[in-house]
Design a protein around this ligand. Structure first.
Ligand SMILES: [Ca+2]
Ligand SMILES: [Ca+2]
Ligand SMILES: [Ca+2]
Length: 336
């Protein structure tokens, strides 16, 4: 047995022990978390729900059993005792804590931060948990152009995230492919698109990723198949054919995420971030813009430059011209 294998084995044993002896070791310093409104599967957290808190080392450092619907507190999260260097009892100041609701990782809604601060602090932290998180398709291409004598290869695993299911367990399907031929390899999730040599045209293909609990997400890929003329290397248009707002990438993200959008004509464009209650967090774009593709970055900070807490946010584009208004809203997930 070589050294690497041994240390890996030791790590696995330690990890297993941590989980087997999953007991909080109270120390002399702790912070108190509480919540006035937390949910599980979109309902108020039920009485008897178990909350577990781990430090970044995987040490269980706080537990709580809910006895008032939708609420918890105080939930003490203990600090590591520095006088026992061989034992890691818990968190250190500045550690980002990981919360579980009923054995499922929880989303942090704030208003406080899931960070161990200093002894005796009281932090309000609302949690949102789900027994299954749906897959989220991110950064999926909007349009693709290929010639009918060529094929297009898409590694679908590059475009999906599921908090609790590995990519390899997700099941992909496609619809709308009357003329375009789509082959998806079940093992690798690589899709190969082709078309009959004699065919050219446009098809809207709807790709769906489903997890083992039948939760799914879909996204549309508009495929332009150009006639075979023996010339390759066609470039995409520099001005989009239609308005679009892409899913941010990466998602979940920390510390920053990229949002792509495009406008086919000159418009007054606003892009704003909102929290779950619809409060405006930050204006990212607010100006007249010419027709083209754009790429912007949000750094997870509000308009005062403060980092916002982990959780789900919305981003919305409003593009106005004389004739029409284009508006679209999507979700993004910040994990601090
Ligand atoms: Ca210690
Ligand atoms: Ca620790
Ligand atoms: Ca899932």
């Amino acid at each position: 047995m070589n050294k690497i294998v041994k240390s890996e084995l030791l790590f696995i044993i330690l990890l297993t022990l941590n989980f087997l002896n999953a007991q909080v070791i109270p120390t002399n310093e702790w912070v108190n978390f509480f919540s006035t409104f937390s949910t599980f599967n979109d309902n108020p957290l039920y009485v008897g729900s178990e909350i577990r808190v781990y430090d970044p080392d995987g040490i269980l450092c706080g537990t709580f059993t809910v006895h008032t619907e939708g609420q918890y507190g105080f939930l003490p999260v203990y600090r590591d005792d520095f006088t026992t260097p061989d034992i890691d009892e818990g968190a250190d100041p500045g550690d980002t804590l990981i919360f579980y609701l009923n054995n499922h990782i929880a989303l942090i809604l704030g208003p406080g931060n899931p960070i161990w601060t200093s002894n005796g602090d009281v932090i309000e932290l609302n949690l949102e948990g789900y027994s299954n998180y749906a897959p989220v398709i991110i950064g999926f291409p909007d349009t693709f152009t290929f010639s009918s004598d060529s094929t297009l290869t898409l590694n679908l695993n590059d475009y999906v995230q599921d908090i609790d299911n590995p990519d390899s367990t997700l099941n992909w399907s496609v619809s709308g492919n009357d003329s375009v031929i789509v082959y998806i390899n079940d093992t690798t999730n690589v899709a190969i698109l082709s078309a009959p040599l004699s065919w050219s045209g446009i098809e809207n293909l709807i790709f769906t990723a489903m997890d083992d609990s039948s939760a799914y997400d879909s996204d549309t890929l508009v495929v332009h198949v150009t006639p075979y003329v023996g010339v390759k290397g066609e470039q995409g248009p520099r001005i989009p054919k239609d308005y679009f707002l892409s899913q941010n990438y990466p998602n979940p993200f920390n510390p920053q995420t990229t949002i792509k959008y495009g406008i086919p004509e000159q418009n007054y464009v606003c892009i704003r971030i909102y929290d779950l209650l619809g409060r405006e967090i930050k204006t990212i774009v607010n100006e007249e813009q010419e027709a083209r593709y754009y790429k912007i970055i949000w750094n997870g900070k509000d308009q005062f430059g403060n980092k916002v807490s982990s959780g789900m946010y919305f981003y919305q584009i409003v593009a106005r011209s004389k004739e029409k208004t284009f508006m679209k809203t999507k979700k993004l997930l910040l994990l601090q």
